[in-house]
Design a binder for this molecule. Structure first.
Ligand code: ARG
Length: 408
């Protein structure tokens, strides 16, 4: 990897301690081989590092984590325009998107859906230090039903005989597809337990997969130590996914009291992308989004924001997922201020994008924190982000694994 072997002492005016949600004055971090090896007084008293990096009056935070991105998707290519994009071309878009995402302060992303294992290739190119980008946790092709959202390709009529890569009907087919994705490098499994907004001919309220199929898929994934993220807008499909034991629910738009109670009981995280509706309704038509999708979004967006507030009030665990790729890469931080508008404190919004996300990835202590032993993934802003979350939309410093990628 690109980890930097020199010993660096990083200091700044303040730090957001994401665990406590409080601002700490005069933080110091000692970094070696891409890892934070000492903090506070221990870092300040350590003698003669190879280099001192003083960020002046900036505030530092752990690098942010976006739990729902599509780096190989472009925000200006929706609907039928997607048919003209080859998998190889999409991978090249992913290279550009990876850099934008990293420079926006997102040092880790979970990529939940890409064709042809382009996400695996991107992840590995970044990990080998060949191109700049965030650490990627990837799903490969989403697994789902014939004609379903995210698995199948519903744009072309029958004579084209086009089927999505991740289509798997029945419990054993679903298990086999999990095994295939694992074989070709996926870290987690993405499935869809309801229809979606941006797919042709699917209904957001309609369940996809029976509970039997979902349970088989989840059991298979968990047996390999892989987590499962399920796209689910509708009430019934959310309940199915929760009963099957998925690890995160994506979107969760029409979650009801039963779903909220079950998510709480199971410790399932919700990843609610409440910013993207602004892009879809504002700029979606010009980007090629289908009229039927715009109509679906008009009901989904409103309800999702209301239910975000309800689920948060009820104490459900939340992570930060944006669906970047549907809207422009690099704008990932815009959702933070919306999460505060719909009921979170600033600290809670930042926790969703750091400690909570890390825990949901099974990477607690490694990313999403500036504690000793964590990866040196560090960003900075000028001012106090706890008072103004939009400061995160313009980070002034980005370090990943001890390597500086941006310093204004
Ligand atoms: N990829 C998602 C879908 O097609 C986007 C949903 C976006 N809308 C929203 N309000 N979160 O279903």
């Amino acid at each position: 990897t690109a980890a930097n072997a020199e010993v660096v002492r990083l200091t700044a005016a303040a730090m957001v301690d994401v665990e406590s949600g409080e601002l700490v004055a005069s933080p110091a971090l000692l970094i070696e081989d891409g890892v934070i090896v000492a903090t506070g007084a221990e870092a300040r008293d350590a003698e003669a590092p190879d280099r001192e990096v003083d960020l002046g009056d900036a505030t530092i935070l752990p690098g942010l984590i976006d739990m729902h991105v599509h780096l190989t998707s472009r925000s200006d290519i929706h609907g039928y325009r997607q048919l003209a994009v080859s998998d190889v071309r999409a991978t090249i878009s992913g290279v550009a998107a990876a850099e934008k995402t990293l420079l926006a302060g997102f040092t880790t992303v979970r990529n939940v859906g890409a064709s042809a294992y382009s996400d695996v290739a991107l992840r590995d190119a970044i990990a080998e230090g060949e191109i700049p980008g965030p650490r990627m946790i990837v799903s490969g092709p989403p697994i789902g039903i014939t004609g379903g959202h995210c698995s199948d390709d519903n744009l072309l009529p029958a004579q084209y005989d086009s089927t999505g890569e991740g289509v798997a009907d029945g419990p054993w087919a679903a298990r086999a597809m999990v095994r295939k994705n694992r074989k070709f490098g996926a870290d987690l499994i993405k499935t869809c337990s309801t229809g979606g907004v941006l797919s042709k001919g699917t209904k957001v309220g309609a369940p996809q997969y029976s509970l039997e199929e979902l349970s088989a898929l989840v059991e298979e994934a968990h047996s390999h130590g892989m987590k499962v993220a399920s796209h689910a807008h509708g009430t019934e499909g959310i309940l199915n996914a929760l009963k099957a034991g998925v690890d995160t629910i994506e979107h969760a738009s029409f979650i009801d009291d039963k779903g909220i109670a079950l998510a709480r009981r199971n410790g399932t995280y919700l990843s609610m992308d409440i910013y993207v509706t602004e892009f879809i309704l504002g700029e979606g038509e010009a980007a090629g989004i289908l009229p039927e999708s715009l109509a679906k979004e008009r009901t989904v967006g409103q309800t999702q924001r209301r239910n975000f507030e309800r689920a948060h009030d009820a104490g459900v665990k939340m992570v930060y997922g944006t669906d970047a790729g549907v809207y422009p890469h690099g704008q990932n931080a815009r959702q933070l201020s919306r999460m505060a508008r719909f009921g979170m404190t600033s600290a809670e919004a930042l926790q969703a994008a750091t400690v909570n996300a890390a825990e949901a990835l099974g990477m607690g202590g490694e990313v999403g924190t500036l504690r000793k032993g964590a990866s040196a993934d560090i960003i900075a802003v000028s001012g106090n982000p706890l008072e103004d979350l939009t400061l995160l939309e313009e980070v002034t410093f980005v370090m990943k694994e001890g390597v500086v990628y941006k310093q204004d």
